[in-house]
Design a protein around this ligand. Structure first.
Ligand code: URA
Length: 261
């Protein structure tokens, strides 16, 4: 099995192979056909998708040049320690009352990619690490599909504490937590960011648009204009496997950004 087919299989995108190639003409890559067909199928959003599916490269026309920060030094170490302690002791909103522990984030402090999810779920609250449940396993596979080990990236959430019953974060809770994520982003200085899911995308981009309207283009985050790609939340992808094709396109765009930055 080719590397590409193996990756697609890993994130659960069905790749159909022709049993016998036509004699006269070399077939179009069967995976592309399957992915394009799936991508052309409307899923959960109201926006009409472009008739030409998003190709596997960034749509931006100008090359992206984002300077990498200097390697983490003593000052950064202090800042990380202070931040971790503040998050651990945080009582800025009522969520601290129901938590088992805060979920700070995990990964390389100098990661090129920073992934932002929504909030810890039950398993994350228990283990103190983001994305460790079933959705987390899919996220890990998604990262692997573009050649990134989970340990190579930094993974954080909009909220550091679990909302009761996994309900959506409330705006006041996200406001109270925003400073923590902003400081993490400033310390990591990623080349690119990936917002997974509606809550993360809407919060980071300060918009009410649905994910289906936000994905497929490169956004810019904050004053440092960090390139940001939006994709579906892995929990949504587990419930709606057909959307994985679109997510794969988003990941391809992200990879292209990381390579060009
Ligand atoms: N979903 C999220 O958005 N974040 C997690 O950490 C786990 C599940």
């Amino acid at each position: 099995m080719s590397r590409r087919l193996a990756y697609l299989a890993e994130i659960g995108i069905p790749a159909y192979r022709l049993r016998r190639a036509p004699v006269a003409e070399a077939p179009r890559d069967a995976v592309e056909t399957a992915v394009d067909a799936a991508a052309a199928t409307p899923v959960d959003d109201t926006r009409a998708e472009p008739s030409v599916p998003v190709p596997c490269f960034a749509r931006e026309e100008t090359p992206i040049a984002v300077a990498r920060g200097s390697a983490a030094g003593a000052t950064d170490d202090d800042a990380w320690s202070r931040l971790a302690a503040e998050v651990r002791d945080c009582r800025r909103c009522a969520l601290h009352r129901g938590r088992t522990q805060t979920v700070f984030g995990v990964g390389r402090r100098d990661a090129e990619l920073l992934v932002v999810g929504e909030a810890p779920g039950e398993e994350e609250d228990r283990q103190g690490e983001p994305f460790v449940g079933p959705a987390g396993r899919l996220l890990t596979a998604m990262l692997k599909s573009i050649g990134l080990a989970r340990e190579e990236v930094f993974i954080a959430n909009i909220l550091k504490c679990r909302p009761p019953g996994n309900r959506d974060p409330r705006p006041d809770e996200a406001d109270a937590c925003a400073d923590f994520l902003n400081r993490q982003i400033a310390l990591v200085k990623p080349k690119a960011m990936l917002a997974v899911g509606r809550i993360s995308a809407q919060r980071l981009l300060d918009t009410d648009l649905p994910v289906g309207r936000l994905r497929g283009v490169v956004h810019r985050y904050g004053d440092s204009a960090i390139p940001l790609v939006v994709t579906y939340h892995p929990a949504y992808l587990l419930r709606t496997p057909i959307a994985k094709a679109k997510s794969w396109q988003d990941l391809c765009m992200l990879l292209s950004l990381l390579r060009s930055a």
